[in-house]
Ligand binder design. Sequence first.
Ligand code: HEM
Length: 527
Amino acid sequence: MALISTSLHFDYSYSKTWSWLSKNTNGIDDFSRLFFTLVGIFAVFWVRFVRKTKELMLANDHVVDSVVHERLKSMRKQEEMAGRSKVQESLHDEPSYGLVIEVIKQPEIMREVQQELEEIVGMNDVAEESHTKTDISKFCNEGGLAIASSLSSSGSSKCRHILSYFSRLLFTLVVVFAVFWYTWMYIKSKNKGKPPSPPGPRGLPLVGNRPFLQPDLHSYFAELARTYGPVVKLQLGSKIGILVTSPSAAREVLKDQDIVFANRDVPVAGMLVTGGRDIVGNHYGPEWRMLRKVCVLKMLSNATLDKVYSLRRTEVRETVSYMHSMAGSPVNVGEQMFLTIFINKPEVMRKAQQELEEVVGKDKIVEETHIYKLPYLLAIMKESLRLHPALPLLVPHSPSEDCTVGTYAIPKGCRVFVNAWAIHRDPSVWENPLEFNPDRFLNSKWDFSGRDFNYFPFGSGSRICAGTAMAERMVLYSIATLLHSFDWKVAEGMKLDLTEKFGIVLKLKNPLVAVPTPRLSIPALYE
Ligand code: HEM
């Protein structure tokens, strides 16, 4: 208990001291603060230790002095009682003490002897007979040893010994700390002005954060952004992953630094399929530019799409004919979001059908040209892609050079995930973000151009989806046709499940099974 309370008290006073230091040493980093604090603490301890040790040495010297003094007194007495010759005898018996007496009688000689002893014997050793073979023999062999012993092997010598040991320890510690501090300051000065790395969860050695990734990356990454902020760093084995989860950070990546971030970093699985040489996986460069030109201007341009309309029409008409043959029976509609969301919101389906009746009528079939006159259906498509973007993290981008996003350093070659899924559900941008409400897109500024970084289901910048025009036509045309031709309800015993499954594209976890009921009066319209 006492231990706990002591340690709590220490923690408390330590944290108080540290916060005081932090407040009063503005501009000094934590490591320097630690360095100077430790040096300060050492200095205080050192001064106190030296003072204490000196006191001890003085006391010891005093004891030695008084012992010798006593001896001197008794010898004087003997001298007085027995006469000079007896003393000579006694001195002969104990020549060492005679010399000690002589030396002590003259303090400057004693200091000189002590100094000489320090040089020859040192502060960490005791005097040995062998030492007297050197200069001490000037004084006399036996006497020199006696003086050395009385002055050097006494308590004060031991104190000197300890003092010297601690001096060396202190000096070593200060040097080690100074080297660390200097290295730290050197690294800091080299990194001066450079932005810090983005925050992120700690990983394991070698594998980093990989073992902690969850299958639904888009929602897991959104969770990390809630903890660490709009720019997060992950260590994915040897690869650095950067999560971008705010409209302003997305703008920096996809617009302000579009060309820097226009390289791709497609995961190995994707590379195995395409070899990384297709339009999606290719780095920004001449080959990609050529592929993109062919795609956008030749294969997927509006003019080309118009030319191949008959192919799309045939495809859609075959589907209608199949659905008509299955009327009243459960049909596997697949994993696509769009129909699932209808068939879930009956009032939305009614409104869309009403619009179709007004624009197309009940005695004709939908043609692709109609889709531009169906704003409510377009709003439904936009709202579906807001809540369920087909590529929730876009296709990973990669910077071709070191750069910054926000205040953070982003290293060249990392894998950047822009979480459109999370941005599309940001409550600071969208009212009731989880509610499916196409009305929010009626007469709104949001489109598929990628100009607005609150809403960009097709990406943005130079790597924006090359098939936006085709996707818009295909989705609107097929949905308009299926809604115009049939009423839809969920098959009996089946539950509507909008749970998503993260993959190359976002799909429904469980495919929808629904029952179509024909709603057009002329049977020929189903051929
Ligand atoms: C609803 C349907 C679709 C959606 C939501 C969609 C969305 C996207 C997104 C988000 C990207 C990545 C953009 C980026 O990384 O910044 C992308 C790339 C791409 N999409 Fe789509 N897409 C759709 C349909 C299509 C279709 C039908 C085609 C072609 C027939 C197509 C062709 C491409 C190509 C070629 C790229 C790579 C562009 C590049 O890296 O330069 N997409 N798409």
